[in-house]
Design a protein around this ligand. Structure first.
Ligand SMILES: Nc1ncnc2c1ncn2[C@@H]1O[C@H](COP(=O)(O)OP(=O)(O)OP(=O)(O)O)[C@@H](O)[C@H]1O
Length: 245
């Protein structure tokens, strides 16, 4: 297994009191699988993802990476996250070539080589090299998501986390994005943790899914069996609310 979460809980404490965002979650992710995390807004998906990346620490439980001692405070270039709003991770004044090349330059790749790799990476996410000279506001939302993926790929991740990356895209662009993620997963032999509130998007895409409600995983299994024979009443309700009804 690439990654294991064992009884992970995250509690936030503020003036309003205690709030448990993630509750006793145990999950594992294989080396080249697409794992979808499904749940309504506020169910704890992003908090879980942030713990996997290391942006948040679990209050209880532990996260184990293959080949890494538990709790080892390593920087993790091998896990990259792409967010719903690509503008969050892009400097609006920079050209696309600098946005995609930045992680490489920070890791001491020479500028000329990093720019060349930026062009290759754009091709991998099926964008024309002409985009290298544009700024983010001259690109569409779907193009910006692909640019964010290209930048993440520059770190050759073992795990790519996609947090609601298709939520703002039209259905056709969303389908293209999912097909692209499948191709990239195979080419780069990486795992994908795909986070969404839309159960209807993951049939034929994700290998396994976990359904979250109020911070807890209420059901997990192979996508086809969860969709055809949901065990939890909550999953059944989600299915009934979308086109599987
Ligand atoms: N830093 C924080 N302090 C206090 N509460 C937080 C913090 N971060 C998240 N929460 C709360 O934890 C809960 C889970 O949030 P989270 O963003 O993980 O949900 P989500 O399923 O990703 O939702 P969405 O799809 O809307 O992004 C929410 O109720 C949120 O308000």
């Amino acid at each position: 297994m690439l990654l294991e979460l064992r009884q992970v809980t995250k509690r936030f404490v503020d003036r309003g009191g205690d709030f448990t965002a993630v509750r006793d979650v145990t999950l594992s992710l294989g080396e080249d699988e697409i794992f979808a995390l499904i749940g309504e807004s506020g169910s704890g998906k992003s908090t879980l993802a942030e713990m996997v990346v290391g942006l948040q620490q679990p209050t209880e439980g532990s996260i184990h990476w293959q080949g890494e001692a538990p709790g080892q405070a390593a920087s993790r270039p091998h896990v990259q996250i792409v967010f719903q709003n690509p503008d969050r991770s892009m400097n609006p004044y920079w050209k696309v070539r600098d946005i995609v090349a930045e992680p490489l330059i920070l890791r001491k790749t020479g500028r000329a080589e990093a720019w060349k790799r930026a062009g290759d990476l754009l091709e991998q996410v099926r964008l024309p090299r002409e985009l290298l000279d544009r700024r983010p506001d001259e690109c569409s939302g779907g193009q910006k998501q692909r640019i964010a993926i290209a930048r993440a790929l520059s770190m050759t991740p073992k795990l790519l986390i996609a947090d609601e990356i298709t939520s703002a895209l039209d259905p056709g662009t969303e389908r293209e994005m999912l097909a692209l993620l499948q191709t990239l997963k195979r080419k780069h032999r990486m795992a994908v943790l795909y986070i969404t509130h839309r159960l209807e998007t993951i049939a034929g895409f994700a290998d396994r899914i976990a359904v979250m409600k109020d911070g807890a995983v209420v059901e997990t299994g192979h996508t086809a069996s969860v969709l055809s024979q949901p065990q939890s009443s909550y999953t059944r309700a989600l299915l009934a609310a979308c086109s599987y009804a």
